[in-house]
Write a protein of this length. Structure first.
Length: 243
């Protein structure tokens, strides 16, 4: 049973219309790194780039105090770091990781985002500049919910990202090209992606919940242990189970 408190989080791809979003639940004691792997899975990221999660501690603190109706003082607020950055720190990323960042693997979710309403953001692929905005909607306990059911996604909209397409601008171009269904841009993207049809407005809740039980572990092995996916893992990643 889920004896630990559960976090319900709302996640939304920044700077993209129509909105791509997910509402999901996780145990409070997962690492920030695992939170990242879950978000990657939710938004079709393929774990082929570095990522970080940034937490605006100062604004989260002020927002929490305001909700409580408690006063804040400038003297106290100045001692709170404006933003802390969490990254997976290993040999693979050592050349690129911010020296001021915290270790995403050793810091737990409940110690980083402590209150309902706390916000954070995840950056993925610093070249394309994908950003997922996060909000803690609820922190609650449900002793009737089996722990094996988590993580789970409750709802969402939109397919997710396309790796190496140039960020949200490129994603908009791809969506428009496939909506049109013909022309030079359609031919280019269709050949590149190897598909004739692509609807970026779709979201398969059942399939995503299946993947949430499998894919984050594969990503953890890649980022933290520098392990290549096994043949079985590749079949999961490429959705061969749907063929």
């Amino acid at each position: 049973m889920a004896s630990q408190p559960i976090y319900q989080i709302y996640a939304e791809l920044a700077d993209y219309e129509p909105k791509m979003w997910r509402r999901f639940q996780v145990m409070q004691n997962i690492s920030i790194a695992r939170l990242g792997y879950i978000i990657m899975t939710l938004f079709e990221m393929q774990a082929s780039h570095l990522f970080c999660i940034e937490v605006p501690y100062r604004s989260n603190y002020i927002q929490h105090k305001e909700k409580q109706g408690a006063p804040t003082t400038d003297e106290l607020v100045t001692f709170i770091r404006p933003v802390l950055r969490y990254e997976v720190q290993n040999e693979w990323s050592a050349e690129f990781v911010d020296v001021q960042s915290m270790d995403a693997c050793s810091n737990k979710l409940y110690k980083v985002l402590e209150n309902e309403g706390d916000r954070a953001s995840m950056q993925y692929d610093y070249g394309d500049g994908w950003e997922i905005n996060l909000t803690v909607e609820k922190i609650f306990q449900d002793t009737e919910l089996p722990g094996k059911e988590l993580p789970r996604v409750l709802d969402g909209a939109g397919y997710g990202i396309i790796e190496d397409c140039g960020g949200t601008g490129g994603l908009e171009d791809i969506a428009e090209a496939f909506k049109k269904g013909s022309g030079e841009m359609y031919d280019t993207y269709s050949q590149w992606l190897g598909v004739e049809e692509l609807d970026l407005a779709t979201f398969d809740l059942e399939d995503m919940n299946f993947r949430l039980k499998k894919v984050p572990r594969i990503y953890s092995d890649a980022y933290e242990l520098n392990l290549q996916p096994s043949d079985y893992s590749m079949r999961i990643l490429t959705r061969e189970y749907l063929k």
